[in-house]
Structures are given as C-alpha cells and as structure tokens.
Design a protein around this ligand. Structure first.
Ligand code: HEC
Ligand code: HEC
Ligand code: HEC
Ligand code: HEC
Length: 134
C-alpha cells in the first residue's frame, strides 16, 4: 500500500515537472528589456543597442521579428511556441547568408531600423537605439 502511494506521488512529480517544463518552453516571452550586442563579426568599437522587448510585444507579433530556417537554409515563418534563437546564430558571416543580412548589424538594421524608418523618420535616428554613453 505504502509503496503504491509513493509510486503515485513520484509519478505525479515527474509528470508535473514535464508539464511545467513544456509550459515554460511555449510561454517564454524572453526578457522585457534587452541590451543587444554583437559578439560575432563585431565592429571595432562596440555599439550596443537598447531594446524594449516587452513594449514591442504589445503592438507587434512575434513573427514580425522572429523566424527560423529549414534544412535547406530557407527562412521559415515563426510558429507559436517555437524555440527562439539569437539572431547572430544564423546571421553571421560564416553562415552563408545573402547580402545585407550577413551580420547581426545588417539583420537588425533590416528589421529594426527599416520598420522605424517607415513609422517615423525620427525613430530611425542612430541614438534612438544606440544612446550616447553618459
Ligand atoms: C532601430 C534601432 C537601430 C537604429 C535606428 C540604428 N541601429 Fe545600429 N544596430 C541596431 C542593432 C539592434 C544592432 C545589433 C546589436 C549591436 O548593437 O551590436 C546594431 C548594430 C550596429 C553596429 C555594429 C555594432 C557592433 O558592436 O558590432 C553599428 C556600427 C551600428 N549599428 C551603427 C548604427 C548607425 C551609425 C546608425 C544610424 C545611422 C544606427 N546604427 C541606427 C539597431 C539600430
Ligand atoms: C520587434 C522585434 C521583436 C518582437 C516583436 C519579439 N521579439 Fe523576441 N526578441 C527580439 C530580439 C532582437 C531578441 C534578442 C535576440 C538576440 O539576442 O539575438 C529577442 C529575444 C527573445 C527571446 C530570448 C531568446 C534567448 O536568447 O534566450 C525570447 C524567448 C523571445 N524573444 C520570444 C518572443 C516572443 C514569444 C514574442 C512574441 C510574443 C517576441 N519575442 C516578440 C525581437 C523581438
Ligand atoms: C534559425 C536561423 C535564423 C535566426 C535565428 C534568425 N534569422 Fe533572420 N533569416 C534567416 C534566413 C534563412 C533568412 C532568409 C535569408 C534569404 O533571403 O535567403 C532570414 C531573413 C531575415 C531578414 C530578411 C527577410 C525578412 O523577414 O525581413 C531579416 C530582416 C532578418 N532575417 C532578421 C532577423 C532578426 C532581427 C533575427 C533575430 C530576432 C533573426 N533574423 C533571426 C535565418 C534566421
Ligand atoms: C515592425 C516595427 C518595429 C520593429 C521591427 C522594431 N521596432 Fe522599435 N519601435 C517601433 C515603434 C512604432 C516605436 C515607437 C512607439 C513606441 O514607443 O512604442 C518603437 C520604439 C523603439 C525604441 C524607443 C522606445 C522608447 O521608449 O522611446 C527603441 C529603443 C526601439 N524601438 C528599438 C528597437 C530595436 C533595437 C529593434 C530591433 C531588435 C526594434 N526596435 C524593432 C517599431 C518597431
């Protein structure tokens, strides 16, 4: 009797762990604020970018920025709950990306800066994302 109870408790615990694990993976919205900094193909003088992630999530969809790639290296649209990788893990010079998307800088400027420019020219100023050091 005691053994069965213990077994049931253990099973419940294992299942519980699995379920919480799964929900963390699919509900993970990432950090609210991120300082983006190139680590591969970085400029001689670092130029970190501030990024209010949560604020963008209020008005945009995850797929406006996130995507993945298939075995042939083709871009695959974001699907809910997918594993989110760092932009640099694909957008680096060694990965054979097309022109203007080879580095974190280029991918970020093509995504972030292009949208900012479309919304309002003032938003595309360098210092909006790369604030001057105090
Ligand atoms: C909408 C946001 C945004 C704007 C506007 C923007 N950038 Fe960036 N930039 C980024 C992000 C994000 C990165 C990649 C992460 C980082 O900062 O290293 C980046 C990367 C860079 C890098 C490479 C940094 C490094 O350490 O390797 C340089 C240089 C740069 N930007 C220059 C500029 C200049 C000059 C302007 C204005 C003409 C500008 N950026 C405007 C977001 C922006
Ligand atoms: C405006 C663009 C944008 C939108 C919209 C956006 N994200 Fe992000 N997210 C980013 C960037 C940029 C990073 C940092 C990636 C890096 O460091 O290379 C990031 C990081 C993350 C991370 C952390 C990844 C890690 O390295 O651990 C998660 C998780 C994440 N986002 C999930 C989401 C989800 C879920 C949504 C939708 C609810 C979303 N994001 C919407 C741009 C965006
Ligand atoms: C798993 C690999 C992978 C990751 C991670 C990734 N990308 Fe991409 N990205 C690609 C591929 C593949 C393409 C298509 C390139 C082509 O045109 O052949 C692409 C295309 C793009 C484009 C041009 C097409 C479009 O959708 O506008 C932009 C901009 C871009 N990525 C920005 C980003 C940013 C910003 C991040 C991080 C938030 C990111 N990428 C993360 C693989 C990736
Ligand atoms: C699809 C459009 C879009 C994309 C992509 C996007 N942004 Fe923005 N971003 C906006 C808009 C619109 C605003 C201004 C409205 C607001 O403050 O919410 C903004 C505001 C900002 C601000 C200023 C926030 C403030 O409090 O004044 C920063 C910094 C910023 N974005 C950085 C980034 C970076 C870095 C990326 C890429 C990783 C990015 N954005 C991608 C649309 C976008």
């Amino acid at each position: 009797m005691k053994k069965t109870v213990l077994y049931a408790v253990a099973t419940a615990m294992v299942l519980g762990l699995c379920f919480t694990g799964a929900s963390i993976a699919s509900d993970d919205k990432g950090p609210a604020e991120i300082t983006l900094e190139s680590t591969i193909d970085k400029a001689k003088k670092a130029k970190p970018s501030i990024f209010p992630h949560a604020k963008h999530q209020e008005t945009l969809t995850c797929g406006d920025c996130h995507h993945s790639k298939d075995a042939d290296g083709k871009q695959v649209a974001y699907v809910e709950g997918q594993k989110v990788e760092k932009c640099e893990s694909c957008h680096n010079k060694a990965a054979g990306m097309p022109k203007k998307l080879t580095t974190f800088k280029e991918a970020a400027h093509a995504n972030c800066k292009a949208c900012h420019k479309k919304k309002d020219k003032a938003l595309a100023k360098c210092t909006v994302c790369h604030p001057k050091k105090k």
